[in-house]
Write a new protein. Sequence first.
Length: 75
Amino acid sequence: MPIITCIEDLRAMAQRRVPRMFHDYVDGGSWTESTYRANQADFSTIKLRQRVARNIEHRSLSARRMGIDMAMPLA
């Protein structure tokens, strides 16, 4: 599997692997595609900040849910 670093990598992989008819249906919008373009523009303004080289010595997955202490809550 190739290294995936962004959504565009996933789109390119899907375009190669999924039959064109299905890819075009999922990747495109309906009619004028105005909502599709508006969503794409809105999401492009969101910047995710990576937090690398952080001290994780005292991190814990434990949490308290509904009054119960859980070592690693999966829900």
